[in-house]
Design a protein around this ligand. Structure first.
Ligand SMILES: CCCCCCCC/C=C\CCCCCCCCC/C=C/C(=O)SCCNC(=O)CCNC(=O)[C@H](O)C(C)(C)COP(=O)(O)OP(=O)(O)OC[C@H]1O[C@@H](n2cnc3c(N)ncnc32)[C@H](O)[C@@H]1OP(=O)(O)O
Ligand SMILES: Cc1cc2nc3c(=O)[nH]c(=O)nc-3n(C[C@H](O)[C@H](O)[C@H](O)COP(=O)(O)OP(=O)(O)OC[C@H]3O[C@@H](n4cnc5c(N)ncnc54)[C@H](O)[C@@H]3O)c2cc1C
Length: 662
């Protein structure tokens, strides 16, 4: 029997309506037919491992059990990765199968995501040769320990100290205050035995700024903390329950000189400090991860959209016309308004990620040739896109959850957990406002350069164009809308700059003027991000190799994104572009037409994300649409349903009722 015949009939009908080839979309989204095949093949291999299946839903486990189960599965998953690599002589293809296995966040996330990359990016060839083979083969397990109780955003203010002792050629690590304790690093709680510790370097009483050091913190055999190390777990959070975030403090803990990662700056045996060409290169891993987070946002938006769109096709409630049967809730335009923007945004973030990945790769290549000219642009762009995409993705996931009504509130929908994980990215790897202010620094510099008529980097060159060109009449085309967002960014950058100047003319120094203008600066960065997201995604769609049928739908999605944000930010456009009220009315109508045009393809579009049921892990979103059956099946797994009468009846309820009779 085919999967289709077992499916909910609404979903079967939806799939029959689709106007494009879903497999073509899948291949386009993931790069090629070969990439799809390899990814699916790897996912099959992982899912074939029986031990990776959970007996009962994670939510019924205690905090400790959940962690232990997470570690158990992470180690099995690690074996599957290793075997794949041994068999195919290459890493497994990019995939999201960890979601199907760990469900929440792997206790190895920081090992793979930041510990290994920091050694690779910040270590000398000798250090890489020493640490990478051990780390990559999991002989050692590590994390990235930067944030402290007292400081996360302002990393120059970190208080962990590494004092060089030339007599023994060692660094002495100390956490002199409570606020200097490392706090947050994933896996630190009970999993890792090593970490990259970011600490203030002191030589002969002189501070030389923050640098990364490798410290072994637990014994490799017993896993006990080494003498001089105080380490533990920080407790339950809004999400990330299995990430095993921890705290760490050192008391005169010695590590050899070679444990300072010295690709950028060095400490020689005699204690001579050799400065790197750019001290900000020490922040390199964060830049890489910020790029990766834009890709993660695409995944989380796709996951939530798949669940909510499929559910909305299956769910019937109320009538659009009294004479007709109860409508699929997906037929309500308000529902389409809530959901289709999540589908469209996933594509936008994916294209933005691919664009950023190229920029990142180019800059890394240039840095390897000692060319740093494009590093500021990379940093500024990664900061603002990470900030805007993560916040938007969080809101989209929450909107999808709300769009599922009461059932969206069930843990088994997987939407609450997905929200907790998605929204964390607004804070980690650089808090949103703080990162937007980093981009604003860059925009202010670009603006000053534009005023002097200098050539600007590609991502901000529109500032110069907007300055040179007089504003042209608004055009209600995608290209016209992209230009409009550039005008908004231009206007906000100019206004923020002029506000700083105004305060300075009033006698304020630059820093105070900056702070007084900072709400505007953040908004300028947001507008700059929106202009990039619109331009990059529209260009990607126009240059795609898709067939006419698919291309039409992808263009509709991209136009939906542009139109949605035009309407959402119409006040800004009225202020800073030549858009008129009449243009906005036309766009409002166009937006509604787009929703109606996308509607028949809604299920096909989310099928095109190719997220299998095990990854969705949702009663509401599975391919076959057996929503109500799954809700009941999951409810029956509750431990409270494994007994007819719970002991609390005899202990508390009955005595209470008896007392009430007296
Ligand atoms: C082919 C590969 C392509 C890439 C593909 C990527 C694949 C990705 C793989 C995986 C992705 C997913 C991985 C999963 C891991 C998830 C981890 C989740 C767990 C979370 C971990 C963490 O949170 S770790 C801790 C993160 N912490 C932060 O982010 C702290 C934020 N704060 C800062 O970064 C800095 O303090 C701040 C930048 C805010 C300020 O620094 P400061 O030294 O005070 O600098 P400032 O005076 O403000 O500016 C001076 C000057 O320097 C410039 N600058 C700052 N930072 C950088 C930088 N990183 N690079 C370059 N330049 C920088 C700044 O702009 C200033 O310039 P000027 O204005 O003076 O010119
Ligand atoms: C789930 C999760 C996982 C994490 N994993 C790790 C990890 O593995 N390793 C690690 O080292 N860290 C980790 N972190 C820590 C994370 O990187 C920091 O929490 C993050 O960088 C924000 O720093 P903060 O907590 O100091 O926020 P704060 O800076 O204290 O932010 C609080 C408020 O102050 C505002 N603010 C701060 N500075 C400024 C400023 N200059 N201008 C304007 N406003 C400002 C912010 O906008 C925010 O509103 C993790 C955090 C989370 C939530």
């Amino acid at each position: 029997m085919s999967t289709e015949t077992k499916c909910n009939p609404d979903l079967v009908r939806e799939r029959a309506k689709c106007t494009f080839d879903v497999n073509e979309l899948i291949n386009l989204f993931y790069g090629s037919e070969k990439a799809t095949k390899e990814r699916r093949h790897f996912e099959d291999a992982v899912l074939a491992v029986k031990e990776l299946k959970d007996a009962i839903p994670e939510e019924y486990l205690s905090h400790k059990e959940r962690y232990e189960n997470g570690v158990r599965k992470a180690t099995i998953l690690r074996d599957v990765y290793r075997d794949y690599k041994a068999k195919h002589n290459r890493d497994p293809p990019p995939n999201q199968i960890t979601k199907a296995v760990i469900k929440d966040i792997s206790p190895f996330l920081l090992h793979n995501g930041m510990f290994v990359p920091t050694i690779a990016g910040q270590g000398t060839p000798e250090q890489q040769a020493e640490w990478l083979p051990k780390a990559e083969s999991m002989q050692i397990i590590g994390t990235y320990a930067q944030t402290e109780l007292g400081h996360g955003s302002f990393i120059r203010g970190l208080e962990t100290i590494a004092t060089y002792d030339p007599k023994t050629e060692e660094f002495v690590l100390n956490n002199p205050t409570l606020t200097s304790f490392k706090w947050w690093p994933g896996g630190l709680g009970s999993t890792v035995n090593h970490c990259v510790v970011v600490a203030q370097l002191y030589i002969n009483g002189k501070s030389h700024g923050i640098h990364p050091f490798i410290a072994q913190i637990r014994d490799l055999d017993t896993h006990k903390p080494l003498p001089g190390v105080k380490v533990g777990e920080i407790g339950p959070k809004m999400g990330f329950q299995t990430a095993n975030n921890g705290f760490l403090g050192f008391d005169n803990f010695r590590i050899p000189r070679k444990n300072m990662l010295m690709k950028n700056a060095q400490v020689l045996k005699d204690g001579t400090f050799v400065k790197g060409i750019n001290e900000k290169l020490t922040y390199g891993t964060m830049v890489m991860v910020r790029v990766g987070i834009v890709g993660d946002c695409s995944f989380y938006a796709a996951l939530a959209a798949t669940i909510a769109v499929r559910y909305s096709a299956v769910r019937h409630q109320s009538h659009i016309k009294a004479s007709e049967p109860e409508a699929q809730i997906l037929d309500y335009l308000t529902q389409q308004h809530k959901l289709f923007i999540a589908v469209a945004s996933s594509h936008v973030y994916r294209n933005a990620y691919l664009w950023m990945e190229k920029m990142y790769t180019n800059v890394m290549k240039e840095l390897s040739q000692d060319k740093q000219d494009n590093l500021p642009e990379l940093h500024a762009t990664a900061c603002c896109l990470k900030a805007v995409c993560s916040r938007d993705a969080g809101s989209l996931v929450e909107e999808c959850r709300l769009a599922c009504g009461g059932h969206g509130y069930m843990a088994s929908s997987n939407l609450p957990l997905t929200y907790g994980v998605t929204i964390a990215a607004v804070t980690y790897e650089g808090e949103r406002t703080v990162l937007l202010l980093q981009t604003a620094r860059y925009l202010m510099k670009a603006w000053m350069a534009a005023l002097k008529g200098k050539v600007l980097s590609p991502s901000v060159s529109y500032l110069l164009n907007s300055l040179k060109e007089s504003k042209k009449p608004w055009q209600n085309t995608p290209e016209g809308i992209v230009k409009g967002f550039q005008h908004v960014s231009f206007g906000k950058v100019k206004a923020a700059y002029e506000t700083i100047q105004k305060y300075m003319k009033q006698g304020k120094d630059y820093e105070d003027a900056w702070n007084l203008a900072s709400v505007q600066l953040v908004k300028a960065s947001e507008a700059h991000s929106r202009a990039i997201l619109c331009e990059v995604s529209w260009e990607a769609v126009c240059s795609s190799s898709a067939s006419p049928n698919l291309s039409r739908v992808l263009q509709q999605l991209a136009q939906l994104y542009l139109t949605y944000w035009t309407l959402e930010t119409s006040g800004d456009l009225l202020l800073y572009s030549n858009i008129t009220k009449d243009d906005l009315i036309i766009l409002r109508d166009k937006y509604e037409e787009l929703l109606v045009a996308i509607r028949p393809n809604a299920v096909g579009l989310v099928d095109g994300f190719d997220l299998r049921d095990e990854i969705l892990n949702s009663t509401l979103g599975s391919y076959d649409g057996r929503v109500y059956e799954r809700l009941m099946e999951e409810a029956l797994k509750s431990p409270l349903n494994q007994e007819t009468v719970n002991s609390s009846f005899h202990k508390y309820l009955k005595p209470m009722m008896e007392k009430a009779k007296l």
